[in-house]
Design a protein around this ligand. Structure first.
Ligand SMILES: [Ca+2]
Ligand SMILES: [Ca+2]
Ligand SMILES: [Ca+2]
Length: 308
C-alpha cells in the first residue's frame, strides 16, 4: 500500500493506493461511467486487517481534509483496469492548476492517471504502459527541465530496472526509457545530488544492499549506475533525500528491512560530499529510541549513529 498527500484548492488530500488483497471492503456504489465524483463517499472500507467481503484491487482511496486536522470519509476511485497498485503520487500533470493522481500498477504493468478537478473529484483513469514489468514505487519530478512532472518507476529483477517517462504537459507520458541498476529495486528519490543543477536519481537496491545513483543531464537521460554500500545496512526498502548535516548538500537515508542476522529494522545515512556520497553511517533502530539521523549533526553529542 502506498500513500500520496497534497493540497487542492487550499484543502489537504490523502490518497491511498490499494493493492491486491491489502485492504478489503464492502463494494462501493457504482460510479458514473465517465467520472469519479468528489461527493458521495464510498462505503466504509473497514479495517485493513478486519473481516472481508472480498478483495478490492485496482482502486485508490481519496480522503479530503477538513482543514482542522480531521478528514472526511474516503472516496474510492477506479484505476481503469490497472491492478495491484504499488505506488501513488500527486502533482499537476496537465498544467490546469489542479492536483492529479497517478498510480503504478504492478499486475498490469501500467500507470493510471486521474485528472483532478480542484474540488476533490477526479476524472476516469487513463492508462499508459509503465515500460517495465511489475512496476513498483513511483516518483514524480521534472527530470528534463521543461516544467512538467515526469515519472520515475522502479521494478524488481536482476538487474533492477528504472523506467523514466517524460510528461507531455497534458496528463500523458512518452515512451519509457528503461535503465538497469542494482537488483530488486524498491524505491527511487530525485534530487540534484552532485550539484550540477540537474536532477539525479537515487534508487534503493534491496538485494545488493546499496543505493545506486544515476546522474542526470537535464534532458531526461542518466549516466551509468554509481553504487554505494550501506555499511552494514541491508535490504533497503525506501530512500529519503534531505540535507541532514546542514552543509547544503542533499544527503540520503534508507529504511532497511530486517537489516542483519538479528532481523532488526534500521536505517542508513549517506552524507553527501562534493561529488560523491560518503560511506554510510548505520543506525540500529533499537539502539536508542528517540535518537535518529534526523536529530543533530553527525558526531554531535546525543546523536546515536555508529560510524563504521
Ligand atoms: Ca491537473
Ligand atoms: Ca519534465
Ligand atoms: Ca545533478
Amino acid at each position: 500500500m502506498a500513500v500520496a498527500c497534497g493540497g487542492t484548492d487550499g484543502a489537504s488530500v490523502v490518497a491511498v493506493a490499494i493493492g491486491h488483497s491489502t485492504v478489503t471492503a464492502t463494494p462501493a456504489p457504482a460510479p458514473p461511467a465517465d467520472h469519479n465524483p468528489p461527493a458521495s463517499p464510498s462505503a466504509d472500507p473497514g479495517p485493513a486487517d478486519g473481516p472481508s467481503d472480498g478483495p478490492v484491487d485496482g482502486r485508490v482511496l481519496v480522503v479530503l481534509g477538513n482543514g482542522d486536522g480531521t478528514f472526511g470519509a474516503a472516496t474510492q476511485l477506479e484505476l481503469g483496469g490497472g491492478t495491484s497498485p504499488q505506488g501513488i503520487a500527486a502533482a499537476d500533470l496537465n498544467g490546469d492548476g489542479h492536483l492529479d493522481l497517478i498510480t503504478s500498477n504492478s499486475a498490469t504493468g501500467t500507470l493510471s492517471v486521474l485528472r483532478g478537478d480542484g474540488r476533490g473529484g477526479f476524472g476516469s483513469a487513463s492508462s499508459v504502459s509503465a515500460g517495465v514489468a511489475l512496476p513498483s514505487t513511483l516518483t514524480l519530478a521534472d527530470v528534463n527541465e521543461d516544467g512538467t512532472p515526469d515519472a520515475v518507476i522502479v521494478a524488481p529483477g536482476s538487474p533492477g530496472r528504472v523506467a523514466v517517462l517524460l510528461g507531455d504537459g497534458a496528463g500523458g507520458f512518452g515512451t519509457a526509457s528503461v535503465l538497469s541498476a542494482g537488483t530488486n529495486l524498491t524505491s527511487a528519490s530525485v534530487s540534484d545530488l552532485n550539484g550540477d543543477g540537474h536532477a539525479d536519481l537515487v534508487v534503493s537496491s534491496a538485494n545488493s544492499d546499496e543505493v545506486v545513483v544515476l546522474e542526470g543531464d537535464g534532458t531526461g537521460a542518466f549516466g551509468s549506475p554509481l553504487p554505494f554500500g550501506l555499511n552494514g545496512g541491508s535490504n533497503p526498502q525506501a530512500t529519503a533525500v534531505a540535507d541532514l548535516d546542514g552543509d547544503g548538500r542533499p544527503d540520503v537515508a534508507t529504511a532497511n528491512s530486517q537489516s542483519s542476522a538479528t532481523f532488526v529494522n534500521d536505517a542508513s545515512v549517506l552524507l553527501n560530499t562534493t561529488k560523491r556520497l560518503r560511506p554510510a553511517t548505520h543506525q540500529r533502530r533499537s539502539d536508542a529510541p528517540g535518537h535518529g539521523f534526523d536529530r543533530g549533526r553527525p558526531g554531535a553529542p546525543g546523536r546515536a549513529v555508529a560510524a563504521g
